[in-house]
Design a protein around this ligand. Sequence first.
Ligand code: ZN
Length: 178
Amino acid sequence: MADTMTAKQRHECMSRIHSNNTGPEITLRYSLWHHGFRYRVNDKRLPGTPDIVLSKYRTAIFIHGCFWHGHKGCKFYIVPKTNTGFWTAKITRNQERDQEVWRQLEAKGWSVIIVWQCQLKKANLEETIRRVEAEILQNGKRYQAAKEERKDSRLAYQQEQKTRKERELALKEELKRH
Ligand SMILES: [Zn+2]
């Protein structure tokens, strides 16, 4: 896509993207809070410092600037005509880092939701909030189910150990008698 932004516009656009407290992001957070979702913001304890972390649902949300993270097919992802190689390399590095963070979080059992900045534009905000909340609930269900499964297999293991011990004791008693 062609670059139509002036240097000044680009500077403004980028500094906005770097700020974590843009209006739409706050609207998303308020909406989550209002609907009973509890979260932490910019949690440094998790890989990639996710923007929003919902421990109960084991879900990490990242709000990605369309330019910096290279939102494919998005009109806000326009590689500048000058220094194209520099920008492309920079954005590719960000994307690789994003994928690595995603991989690390999933390895720890976290679900990741990506919200692109363009999805927080007024016209899309309602729909995005609905989508995000539905995904959080899905993730929560999956997390609970996995927890139950682990609990079940732990109980089954404990039961097995107990039965084995009982059998050993019975055998010892049996041997004593002979
Ligand atoms: Zn976008």
